[in-house]
Design a protein around this ligand. Structure first.
Ligand SMILES: Cc1ncc(C[n+]2csc(CCOP(=O)(O)OP(=O)(O)O)c2C)c(N)n1
Length: 630
């Protein structure tokens, strides 16, 4: 443990330290965090940016009685370190170790789970209202980034909190960055407040002026409402938040502990909703993260001395292949437009955004708006491709159903990070999309088994005009195949990739590869196993499935999705519709949330790797009377 921190009982002792000692705590936290993330990977830049803010907060508030809610929660590492998780910090994001996001089951200092953006103000408001109903006196603080402020939910909550004059504090951590540079008119507005010293000076002058005006002058100003508001508009920073019912404080330098403490103390004295605007630098204190905050937003293990990733990425990921394929298709089809909800790099759209800036939209962290916007672009004759992580698309369930599917408009959803995502854990797993998309009429769903199929599926989707299409693929490297080759992909058709007579495995997406490896092992146990690559989850290739099910009379389905309503359910529904009683075993994720660990560890944990499928298959064929087992 570091020198000063080793002597402290945290977080309580922070209240007895001088500002210089608090700064020392900050630098010890910062150093430990950089070292640990260099080993484990994680969200470094955002956490580096809030070190002083976190120290200041814990030097004033009494956690866990006072509640601090970190929006998204990727910046909560300093909070974790100051609230009893110092020793366990090296287990960050590792299986059975500390979670990368706030988690009430991990600590009483995490009053509410976060992971998806823009929820903190609603959560803080709810906790504040519960406090008031119980008659408790604790404080509730939401810390939200300027990126997360682009999410509609944040405004819904501000609107409500201001209206009911709730006693709640919102701290805006304004670093100009979402994952990439922030977008939108709110961001430009914050920029103006931040960068124009005139605003802060004028605010002070205005207040002094009003206080000094003799009674007559005050009356004059008060009675002239129009004049008052126009003056206010001219000189007050944060007027938008004031108009929403909040008392605005700031902007304040988020790396100056003394200034932070004094503004927080002032804000604490107010009753009703307060809004504290804190300006920080993402990546602060680690040279490479300051220089490239986007790269250090979420990073794998890296070399401390040069900031370079430890693993050299040779084989392209599914994301890379998607980005490259879309770029080629956009060249051929001038009506293709691409959309992202604040994930340009993460979804592989960086090159597209640079090559076709007029055909690219970063809507901010606004998946719901993104879906309806894409749908309307389709209604207007464009071919929109919305690239989005499976977990975040959940936000837009109703927009997909009500706007896209009901109108049968040809929007393409490139559903990235579908399936097990690994270290980000349960808030980020992409395990629900097959179920929620499959239940929607007019939706087609494809899942590639490899990167060549992904490229072909995207082509097929662009050429399909009859309704929305989702292509879901995992957070993983491809198989290293030559992507310029075409496959024999046909709309609505799967592919038999291995014939066999004792057992049929039908797999969706990249589980096909694990299924093939399991089939190989089953062969040595005497089971000749057929394997179908479903390719289409909707519409199903019924003909192919029924033909091989009839031959083998035992069927296993495999998918990286929850079992309820997923791919296996589609096969089960097919058999039920046809009145067939083949023994059927569905492999996927049961009725539970999957935690964090590497992708391969968690796949193994869910029996979705080759060994797991093999074990499940053996127990399935043992339980049911095998046909023709040799
Ligand atoms: C609904 C949702 N969409 C996308 C994301 C992915 N995401 C994580 S952090 C982030 C940017 C957040 O920016 P900001 O709130 O300004 O925090 P900063 O990282 O700059 O501190 C995004 C887009 C998410 N967590 N939730």
């Amino acid at each position: 443990m570091s020198d000063l921190i080793a002597t402290l009982n945290l977080p309580d002792d922070l209240k007895n330290l001088s500002v210089a000692q608090l700064e020392q705590v900050g630098s010890e936290v910062r150093q430990y965090m950089v070292q640990t993330v260099a080993d484990n990977g994680g969200h470094l830049a955002a956490s580096l940016g809030v070190v002083e803010l976190t120290v200041a907060l814990h030097s004033i508030y009494n956690s866990p009685e006072d509640k601090i809610i970190w929006d998204v929660g990727h910046q909560s590492y300093p909070h974790k370190l100051l609230t009893g998780r110092w020793d366990r910090f090296p287990t960050l994001r590792r299986r059975a170790g500390l979670c990368g996001f706030p988690k009430p089951s991990e600590s009483e200092h995490d009053p509410f789970l976060t992971g998806h953006s823009s929820t903190s103000i609603s959560a803080a408001l709810g906790l504040a209202l519960a406090r008031d109903l119980k008659g408790d006196g604790n404080k509730v603080v939401a810390v939200i980034g300027d990126g997360a402020m682009t999410g509609g939910m944040a405004f819904e909550a501000l609107n409500h909190a201001g209206h009911i004059k709730a006693n709640v504090m919102v701290i805006l951590n304004d670093n100009k960055m979402s994952i990439s540079s922030n977008v939108g008119s709110m961001s430009s507005y914050l920029s103006r407040i931040r960068s124009d010293p005139k605003y802060s000076r004028l605010k002070k002058d205005f207040e002094t002026f009003v206080n000094k005006v003799p009674l007559v002058g005050k009356k004059l100003i008060n009675s002239t409402e129009r004049l008052k508001s126009s003056l206010k508009y001219l000189v007050m920073p944060g007027i938008i938040f004031e108009e929403l019912g909040f008392t605005y404080f700031g902007p304040v330098d988020g790396h100056n502990i003394s200034a932070l403490r004094s503004i927080l103390k002032q804000a604490n004295k107010m009753s009703g909703p307060v809004f504290v605007h804190v300006v920080t630098e993402k990546g602060k204190g680690y040279h490479y993260a300051e220089k490239s905050p986007e790269i250090f937003h979420g990073i794998g293990p890296f070399d401390l001395n040069n900031g370079l990733p430890k693993k050299n990425k040779k084989t392209p990921t599914y994301t890379d292949v998607f980005g490259q394929a879309l770029l080629g298709l956009a060249y051929e089809h001038s009506n293709i437009v691409a959309l992202t909800a604040a994930m340009t790099a993460g979804t592989g759209l960086k090159k597209f955004s640079e090559t076709y800036p007029d055909r690219f939209y970063d809507v901010g962290i606004a998946e719901q708006h993104g879906v309806t916007l894409a749908t309307a672009l389709a209604a207007g004759g464009m071919r929109p491709v919305f690239a989005v992580y499976s977990t975040f698309l959940q936000r837009a369930y109703d927009q997909i159903l009500h706007d896209t599917c009901l109108q049968k408009l040809p929007v393409i959803f490139a559903v990235d990070r579908a399936g097990i995502v690994g270290e980000d854990g349960e808030t980020h797993q992409g395990l629900f999309d097959l179920s929620y998309l499959r239940s929607m009429p007019n939706m087609s769903i494809m899942a590639p088994a490899n990167e060549v199929e992904l490229q072909d599926m995207l082509k097929a989707a662009i050429n399909y005009k009859d309704g929305p299409v989702a292509i879901r693929y995992p957070r993983d490297k491809g198989l290293g195949l030559e992507v310029s080759e075409d496959t024999n992909l046909k709309w609505g058709r799967g592919e038999l990739v291995k014939s066999g007579e004792n057992l049929l495995i039908i797999a969706a997406g990249t589980t096909v590869n694990a299924a093939l490896a399991a089939a190989e092992k089953l062969f040595w146990q005497g089971y000749k196993t057929a394997v179908i690559n479903a390719r289409f989850v909707k519409p199903l290739d019924e003909e192919l499935i029924l033909k091989w099910a009839e031959k083998t009379e035992k069927v296993i389905t495999v998918e990286e999705n929850i079992l309820a309503g997923g791919f296996g359910s589609a096969v089960m529904e097919l058999f039920e519709r046809k009145g067939l009683n083949y023994p059927l075993k569905r492999l996927g994720v049961g009725d539970c949330f999957v935690g964090h660990g590497t992708r391969s560890e968690m796949l193994a944990c869910c029996n979705l790797d080759a060994d797991g499928i093999f074990r499940e298959a053996i127990s399935f064929v043992d339980r049911t009377s095998a046909k023709g087992v040799t």
